[in-house]
Design a protein around this ligand. Structure first.
Ligand code: HDE
Length: 680
């Protein structure tokens, strides 16, 4: 047998390590290793003369620069990633023979890339959009990619419509507007004329499409897959990622402001959390349906516009993923990583979901153009940690130096190696599903109900969530110019809820539907974010402090930190602020460099000696936090300021007048948003 590939005997981290280079303290050379004596002036015929062709250093440097960009992903262009590991709770051998799902003591390295879908590579991150949640597991049997989204269903049922959907949502071709937004005519025209999109549109108009943090959103494999055990028995499965911090969102006004104040908001949050040791964690969940039960439901389990209600088919939590290492180089790792739903390991197989089937073609095709040829699997981030051998050779960017003359199968000169491995020894064998049918281009009858589940989603929302959905529709359709498209959408969503459709019609001047909603017969509490886990951990608090702050402040800040809350000092300048007892606090932000929207809560301390300008700035922070339903705390002079502005006696506003200030403020922060606050 051939020898093991030396690279692949190492762990993923060690493997990456050997490609890393530290250029500090090194001599400057060309790519050929030639030491250079000068890097600021091109070679010229005389100091004021023309540049010479023979300047190989200039040409090499400039040519490399000229080619420094690769095509951005057609979708999911804006992304950010991190390394981590996955640990299983209990063996899943009952369902699958996948090795990384057998032994709880094995830690599987992972690389996860989060992304927005519609925007270009440089677009803002808090736009209304689905988020990609793609995980590469580097298992001992090869790479397994779970390429999911933070929304459990998709806009279309058949992959052949994907180019149409994406053309419709991307900026309109005649003027390339709008960037990273679905609030325009072509998207809504597509929606109204492809009504299978109703369910995902409901999710996209909900708070799910404006996550507070990449650390606080769910992930879904979307399609139905198969798990196959060692006996060859298969079960249908849906995959979930459940964030340990719960699923939380921004409010729309806040999301829009952040897009300008910090277009990198989500990547900064992920990067800083990992640097601080607050490692993002997600539990892997599976929903299982026996093959015998395939037709037992009132939806088709192959239809990617349908979810499996968690109350009917519970999510079993089977392991945890922890992201604990930032990338060293975004281009080499995040940009060059190549995911593919077809990267599977023995024990994981596909279903006939026509969306999944089409994806199995698209991803390799896209990498070929994006990464410039067929050898993208050799890029350090894409290499498996186990050996790989086959008869593929050559092509752009080939790195492996294959020895010997034989590169074909079957052969006798190399004893017919590399040789296929029987299934019993780990060779991948496709699940032998029985298939028969006529060749047709059509949609199954069982895929034709487009409105039951969007209605289930609507009926499962809290009043606040419903209000947000109505506002989102009103915003998006308010930006649509075609009256006809607006009306078509109102008419379409009357099939989900006439309450929704009437309010949207009112907001955009369309004709409301007549009729009433049917009585609610079913809801799924798991769909509402009101039910999610709420914790104070990693919540960021803007602490607004001036010189002469009271001596109690450091103690309050310590208590917040003990709960995992992150107080950050905001003041007029970056000079340290001094307390009445001479203690000093380092200032992290000024009123100029930060904004209320970049924090989860605001704590106004101020001081008696603060001037009018300071008071106004502090109140701007508090007022904005108030309108975004965020917790607000005030002690010292801050209490008077809030009172004077009538911001003091509302839910989630805690003032130092109470003896339990710190505890109550922590409670208010743990609740995250105070929707019962009266905001005009
Ligand atoms: Fe993708 N998708 N997709 N997609 N997708 C891509 O592959 C495609 C779909 C998803 O961080 C592309 O490498 C088709 C569903 C994620 O690198 C491309 C269809 C889901 C990412 C592609 C879908 C996804 C992609 C573009 C309809 C959730 C980013 C760049 C059949 C389950 C991965 C690339 C990363 C990326 C095709 C639908 C998730 C063009 C044809 C459904 C997270 O190949």
């Amino acid at each position: 047998m051939t020898k093991k590939h030396p690279v692949n005997e190492k762990s993923k981290q060690e493997q990456l390590e050997q490609f890393k280079t530290d250029d500090r303290n090194q001599a400057l050379t060309t790519n050929q290793g030639l030491k250079l004596s000068e890097d600021e002036f091109s070679l010229k015929a005389g100091e004021r003369g023309p540049t010479l062709m023979e300047d190989f250093h200039f040409r090499e440097k400039m040519t490399h620069f000229d080619h420094e960009r690769i095509p951005e992903r057609i979708v999911h262009a804006r992304g950010f990633a991190a390394h981590g590991e996955f640990e299983l709770y209990d063996s899943l051998s009952e369902y699958t023979k996948a090795k990384f799902l057998q032994n709880p003591s094995v830690k599987t390295p992972v690389f996860v890339r989060f992304s927005t879908v519609a925007g270009s590579k440089g677009s803002a991150e808090t736009v209304r959009d689905a988020r990609g949640f793609a995980t590469k597991f580097y298992t001992e049997e090869g790479n397994y990619d779970l390429v999911g989204n933070n929304i459990p269903v998709f806009f279309i049922q058949d992959a052949i419509k994907f180019p149409d959907l994406i053309h419709a949502v991307k900026p309109e071709p005649h003027n390339e507007m709008p960037q990273a937004a679905s609030a325009h005519d072509t998207f809504w025209d597509f929606v109204a004329n492809n009504q299978e999109s109703a369910h995902m549109v409901m999710w996209s108009m909900s708070d799910r499409a404006i996550p507070r943090s990449l650390r606080m959103m769910e992930g879904f494999g979307v399609h139905t897959f198969r798990l196959v055990n060692a006996e060859g028995k298969a079960h249908f499965v849906k995959f979930h990622w459940k964030p340990v911090l719960g699923t939380h969102s921004l409010v729309w006004d806040e999301a829009q402001t952040i897009s300008g104040k910090d277009p990198d908001f989500h990547r900064r949050d992920l990067w800083e959390s990992i640097e601080n040791g607050d490692y993002p964690e997600y539990e892997l969940g599976i929903q299982i349906i026996d093959e015998e039960d395939e037709f037992k439901f009132d939806f088709d389990i192959l239809d990617p516009t349908k979810l499996w209600p968690e109350e009917d088919i519970p999510v079993k939590l089977v392991g945890k993923m922890t992201l604990n290492r930032n990338v060293d180089n975004v281009f080499a790792e995040t940009e060059q990583v190549a995911f593919h739903p077809g990267h599977v390991v023995p024990g994981i197989d596909f279903s006939n979901d026509p969306l999944l089937q089409g994806r199995l073609f698209s991803y390799t095709d896209t990498q070929l153009i994006r990464l410039g040829g067929p050898n993208f699997h050799e890029l350090p981030i894409n290499r498996p940690v186990c050996p790989f051998h086959n008869n593929q050779r050559d092509g752009y960017g080939r790195q492996t130096i294959n020895k010997g003359p034989v590169s074909y199968h079957r052969n006798s000169l190399a004893a017919n190696t590399p040789a296929p491995v029987p299934e019993s020894e780990g060779g991948y064998a496709h699940y032998q599903e029985k298939v028969e049918g006529r060749k047709v281009r059509s949609r199954s009858e069982s895929f034709k109900d487009h409105f039951s589940q969007p209605t289930l989603f609507w009926n499962s929302m809290s009043d606040t969530e419903k209000e947000h959905i109505i506002s989102a529709f009103s915003f998006e359709l308010g930006k649509v110019k075609s009256k006809s498209v607006q009306q078509q959408v109102v008419d379409m969503f009357a099939n989900v809820s006439t309450v929704l459709a009437k309010q949207v019609a009112q907001a955009i001047g369309a004709t409301p539907p007549s009729g009433k909603d049917a009585p609610v017969t079913k809801s799924s509490p798991a769909l509402s974010q009101e039910q999610t886990i709420k914790k104070p951990n990693t919540r960021k608090v803007a602490v607004i402090v001036a010189n002469d702050f009271s001596s109690d402040l450091p103690q309050v800040l310590n208590s917040l930190k003990q709960q995992g809350i992150q107080p950050e000092i905001v003041s007029t300048t970056l000079q340290n602020v001094k307390g009445t007892d001479g203690s000093e606090l380092e200032v992290q932000h000024t009123f100029l460099t930060s904004d209320s929207v970049l924090f989860d809560a605001v704590y106004v301390v101020g001081s008696a000696s603060a001037d009018e300008k300071f008071r106004k700035e502090a109140l701007t922070f508090a007022q904005e936090a108030f309108e975004h339903f965020k917790p607000i705390g005030a002690t010292d002079e801050g209490v008077k300021w809030l009172k004077a502005a009538s911001l003091d006696s509302s839910p989630g506003v805690v003032t130092g007048e109470t003896t339990r200030f710190t505890d109550e403020f922590i409670e208010a922060i743990s609740a995250h948003r105070h929707w019962n606050r009266h905001v005009i």
